[in-house]
Design a protein around this ligand. Structure first.
Ligand SMILES: Nc1ncnc2c1ncn2[C@@H]1O[C@H](COP(=O)(O)OP(=O)(O)OP(=O)(O)O)[C@@H](O)[C@H]1O
Ligand SMILES: [Mg+2]
Length: 222
């Protein structure tokens, strides 16, 4: 609602997001990507249609900014809000190793770089042991090289944990580097869908076939 008026953000969104794969929602600013993720997470109401997610699926959310508690250490940030029985020290240690921050478990957020903070945010989502992880432009604020490293880390974690990841981005290159399935949103609709399952990781986004896909996506976004 804006000024009491209903604002139609998404319509005709018909999408199937396969389990245990990385699906990317790609689109320009304002096309409804965050709204779509919030609907999946049951944080946003919708007035038409249907979202079908198995009842036993647990959903984790990683936001664009790390949203860490500044007064809590890295390990406390990761376990914050979890029931005691949900995480034990072994699991915490495994997570710290997974995100490569074992030496920083006692550090505070202000002592970490942006990329490290985003790793902690990812670990916090993983600690809850979700089967689906929704990620809303989690690497958008990072420089090119850190972003590339984080994409590789995400793929490594995905290969180890085989979660269903739904990743929002406005970067075509990022979508091509990580997505097994890319949904191009334009004006509140799914404008096109690309299946990249046959491209193994790590991908060379400058290879001729992926550059062709990039051109196709650009046409759909324009
Ligand atoms: N709570 C809200 N009330 C009213 N309008 C909203 C609300 N949230 C989003 N919108 C509108 O919905 C549209 C889509 O917003 P959304 O945040 O989903 O876009 P986005 O694709 O995530 O954009 P960005 O890439 O900039 O994050 C925008 O026009 C925005 O103004
Ligand atoms: Mg958004």
């Amino acid at each position: 609602m804006v000024d009491g008026k209903k604002h139609d953000v998404l319509h005709d969104v018909n999408a199937f997001l396969p389990q245990n794969s990385i699906s990317v929602i790609l689109g320009k600013s304002g096309c409804g990507k965050t709204t779509f993720l919030r609907i999946l997470a049951n944080l946003e109401q919708y007035d038409q249609g249907e979202v079908s997610i198995n009842n036993d699926e647990k959903i984790g959310f990683v936001f664009q900014e790390p949203r860490l508690m500044p007064w809590l250490s890295v390990s406390k940030n990761i376990t914050f809000g979890l029931e005691k029985q949900m995480i034990n020290l072994n699991k915490l240690e495994e997570l710290m190793n997974l995100i490569g921050l074992k030496k920083f478990e006692k550090a505070y957020p202000h002592q970490l770089s942006g990329g490290m903070q985003q790793r902690v945010a990812l670990a916090r989502a993983l600690a809850y042991d979700p089967s689906i992880i929704l990620m809303d432009e989690p690497f958008a604020a990072l420089d090119y090289f850190t972003r590339e490293t984080m994409q590789k880390e995400l793929i490594r974690i995905y290969q180890l944990k085989k979660k269903s990841i739904i990743f929002v981005t406005h970067s075509i290159e990022e979508a091509i580097a990580i997505g097994q399935n890319i949904l191009v949103f334009n004006e509140g609709k799914v404008h096109a869908q690309f299946n990249l399952e046959q491209y193994e990781y790590p991908r060379d986004v400058l290879s001729p076939s992926l550059i062709e896909i990039k051109k196709e996506i650009l046409k759909k976004l324009a």
